[in-house]
Design a protein around this ligand. Structure first.
Ligand SMILES: Cc1ncc(COP(=O)(O)O)c(C=O)c1O
Length: 439
């Protein structure tokens, strides 16, 4: 079928990967291309005859790399900075080698059972109650969609409540499901106000967020859980970014009440050193998930179904890839101590940057900082800050993003890349000050 030799070409691909990670810090963080440019450099039509794998590697370097925004770059500070650690990179190769498709327990017992165990391991590391059902979805968007489907099924209601700071995936799921969204106002610290929840007797689910997308605010989950219990309402907690921080006991204060959630999402592919895609979804009501999602056609019925758990009966997808392999590799090769060190390092670096902003006149902090994201702005109006963002990002030394908080445009520096050092954060601060002075 092809001339690819796994040992020879595989060695070259691994060599490419290792070389890339060694030099990624010298590349411009944000892709320096215009829309359509990458495509215009590639053939419009597929090849008729096989090409050697070396040609793929050559074009990865020559054609694609200039069009890559480097999420593995030590000065990637935009949105939520993520990392793919080496053990997980290797595990991705092995997962593709096995190419398991877990439509049923018997089509991939190892994938199904490792996934269950990895979710139990991670639940233990995060201090979650024992006994929850856990599985992996591709994204927090899908996990939240699944939670709302289960909530609708369990309650027979069709209203969803979240704060005005909740991630857009909540509104998107509500729209896709034809449900109705009610937004509760947040307070001056961007937290959902429980008194704004109102009467929950017609509400299928409340989505609380620990670590909101813009300001990483922490909703008061305990108070929200009280209101949900009184209203017979499903509580879904979105801790897509911040959930990883539960691995550190000193940060557990932020997650008080999460143990009372009906479902919870934490993205291992955000702050847990695991590459896309690996969204960890737990529920303490697996029967509700099964009621919502189990649909087994004749061709998938097997005699072992009584004892065997098929995870496709707990979520939207039938075919499921072996995602737990990379999480297993991270948990074993990094360990709980390594994960804690990673989270603490990110928070420490963000705290240092926050201090520099606090001490510099002409700059302003715009939100409390519970984790590793700093929201700030330079003196002047929104347009000045917007212009500053464009200047710093086009320079290629750093990549940061923005948010709008209480109607004001703010800049966001998100620490989370495993290669980021204090020198990199210092570089970001230098670039920001230099570009602000040049505005
Ligand atoms: C709080 C929160 N929830 C959900 C999401 C969506 O995550 P995903 O891209 O995995 O769907 C994000 C994305 O950043 C987020 O910040």
């Amino acid at each position: 079928m092809s001339d690819v030799d796994l040992r020879r070409d595989g060695a070259a691909a691994l060599d490419w990967a290792a070389g890339y990670l060694e030099r990624v810090g010298q590349l411009p963080v944000l892709a320096q291309v215009k829309p359509g440019e990458v495509r215009s450099r590639l053939p419009a039509h597929p090849p008729e005859d096989p090409e050697p794998f070396a040609s793929v590697l050559r074009d990865l370097d020559g054609v694609l790399l200039p069009g890559v925004t480097h999420w593995q770059h030590p000065r990637y500070f935009a949105y939520f900075a993520t990392s793919a650690a080496e053990p997980a990179i290797l595990a991705e190769l092995l997962a593709a080698t096995l190419n398991s498709v877990a439509i049923l327990w018997r089509t991939s017992p190892a994938s199904t059972e490792l996934e269950g165990l990895m979710l139990d391991w991670t639940a233990e590391l995060l201090g979650l109650p024992p006994g929850w059902h856990g599985h992996i979805e591709d994204s927090a968007s899908t996990s939240t969609l699944a939670a709302l489907i289960a909530a609708r099924e369990a309650t027979g209601r069709d209203v969803v409540v979240c704060s005005d700071q909740a991630h857009s995936s909540v509104a998107k799921a509500v729209r896709m499901l034809g449900m109705r969204l009610r937004e509760a106002a947040s307070d001056a610290r961007f937290r959902l106000r429980p008194e704004e929840l109102g009467d929950l007797s017609d509400v299928a689910a409340v989505v609380a967020t620990v670590g909101t997308t813009a300001a990483t605010a922490v909703d008061p989950v305990s108070a929200i859980a009280d209101a949900c219990a009184a209203g017979g309402t499903w509580l879904h907690v979105d801790a897509a970014y911040a959930g990883a921080a539960m691995v550190c006991p000193e940060l557990r204060w932020a997650f008080e009440g999460v143990e009372r959630a009906d479902s919870l999402v934490v993205n291992a592919h955000k702050w847990m050193l695991t590459p896309m895609d690996c969204s960890l979804f737990w529920s303490r009501r697996p029967a509700a998930l099964r009621d919502a999602f189990s649909l087994v056609p004749e061709y998938l019925r097997t005699p072992d179904a009584e004892d065997a758990l098929s995870l496709s009966e707990y979520g939207p997808a039938l075919g499921r890839r072996f995602r737990s392999l990379k999480l297993w590799a991270v948990l074993r090769c990094v360990g709980a101590s390594g994960l804690r060190a990673h989270i603490r390092r990110g928070i420490e670096l963000a705290a240092g940057f926050e201090e520099w902003i606090r001490e510099e006149s002409g700059w302003e902090l715009c939100a409390p900082r519970p984790f590793s994201v700093v929201c700030f702005r330079v003196e002047g109006d929104d347009d000045r800050n917007r212009a500053l963002l464009e200047r710093v990002n086009t320079g290629g030394d750093i990549f940061i993003s923005h948010a709008v908080l209480q109607g004001r445009y703010v800049l966001r520096l998100a620490v989370g890349q495993m290669r980021t050092t204090e020198e990199d954060v210092r570089c970001a601060w230098d670039v920001l000050r230099k570009e602000a002075a040049a505005l």
